[in-house]
Design a protein around this ligand. Structure first.
Ligand SMILES: Cc1cc2nc3c(=O)[nH]c(=O)nc-3n(C[C@H](O)[C@H](O)[C@H](O)COP(=O)(O)O)c2cc1C
Length: 342
């Protein structure tokens, strides 16, 4: 059995063993979960929104460091994360291994992050936004394709098309996200030119993820070809809703607008019900309650997840998940090498 040295520009940038990153999760991106991922050799992600306050974030950063010395990132979801200035200050003071900004333009934070000398990764949904972050000085970019869950953009492309197109245009390490969650999609993304992969849904059906068993079982049970899921993730937004939400841009606070926009992009018919208390609830919610914020997911097994559900057939530990993914990839490489007489 061959054992691959998984060295890429991402592993060199972050000092991790595998070019695999945990995604950010509002409400469930906890220190314990991130530490469990980092311990495997992948990179855990502490979602600042989950820590709620700068002091909460400081405690969570220290908690991860008590569990493991391996690298992790801190996600700051621009426009949605409360106390962003304070959260950034804590990241600088604690000298975290890497800051990941996401969801909205990072322009007003770029200079401070760069000045801190901390590795900066920006996550975006389009190639142009990745190029913009690169211009601002991002050390790496995560590009999320349409296949993924979360913020959608009218110019977003399917994951593999996004990556193949982006590698021709982006010089900093490019990390692939969206619908990635097994050995084959991992290898596929690397062969397209990505320097690593970024997993949201795939890590949610693990024992350490602080989601309810009910949602984890939904992920196991779900099929990627459910018409509701296809419509939610791939269909363009309803033109009338999209036009209406764009008109709201300067009339409501950014966080409220972003939540409305996300719901329009994911085709939730209740998008107009968004009120300012919604965000607060979302942030304070426990993982088990997340599904309540997405009541319009229709008849498919409930829960916020992507096509990666197709690769998840049981709930395992994070260690088992990453090990299976890496070992499976090594087996595929070995088989191909023998077949092709490499
Ligand atoms: C329950 C849930 C919560 C999420 N919360 C956030 C968040 O707060 N900030 C963020 O940048 N991305 C968030 N995401 C998006 C993920 O970090 C990641 O980009 C996405 O899940 C990738 O697609 P995949 O699920 O197909 O792997 C969330 C995703 C899920 C499923």
């Amino acid at each position: 059995m061959i054992e691959v040295k998984w060295i890429t520009r991402l592993t060199e940038l972050l000092g991790c063993k595998y070019p695999i990153m945990e995604g950010a999760y509002a409400g469930i991106g906890t220190a314990e979960f991130a530490a469990a991922v980092s311990k495997t050799g992948a990179v855990g992600c502490l979602t600042a929104m989950t820590s709620k306050t700068p002091e909460g974030l400081r405690e969570d950063i220290q908690k991860i460091r008590r569990i493991t010395r391996t690298p992790f990132t801190v996600n700051i979801t621009i426009g949605l994360c409360p106390h962003i200035d304070g959260m950034l200050e804590v990241c600088f003071e604690e000298d975290v291994p890497a800051i990941e900004t996401a969801a909205f333009r990072p322009d007003s934070y770029a200079e401070r992050i760069k000045k801190s000398g901390i590795t900066w990764i920006h996550k975006a949904a389009t190639v142009d936004f990745c190029k913009h972050a690169e211009k601002l000085g991002a050390d790496a970019v995560v590009l999320v394709g349409l296949d993924g869950y979360g913020f959608k953009n009218i110019r977003q492309l399917p994951t593999f098309t996004s990556i193949a197109w982006a590698v021709r245009q982006v010089d900093v390490p490019l990390i692939a996200a969206g619908g990635i969650g097994d050995s084959r999609t991992f290898l596929g993304a690397l062969f397209l030119g990505a320097e690593g992969v970024y997993l949201g849904t795939a890590l949610m059906a693990t024992k350490e993820c602080p989601l309810s068993d009910k949602i984890k079982e939904s992920i196991v049970e779900a099929r990627p070809d459910h018409p509701d899921l296809i419509r939610e993730l791939l269909a363009p937004p309803i033109p009338k809703d999209f036009a209406e939400v764009l008109k709201m841009r300067d009339k409501v606070p950014l966080e409220e607008w972003l939540i409305s926009l996300e719901k329009v992009m994911l085709k939730h018919p209740d998008w107009k019900d968004v009120d300012p208390a919604y965000l607060q609830q979302l942030i304070q919610s426990e993982g088990t309650k997340i599904v309540e914020f997405f009541p319009s997911l229709g008849t498919r097994p409930k829960g916020p997840f992507s096509f990666s559900c197709g690769y998840i057939d049981r709930i395992v530990t994070v260690q088992e998940f990453i090990e299976n993914m890496v070992k499976g990839a090594e087996e595929i490489l070995e088989k191909r090498a023998a077949e092709w007489e490499l």
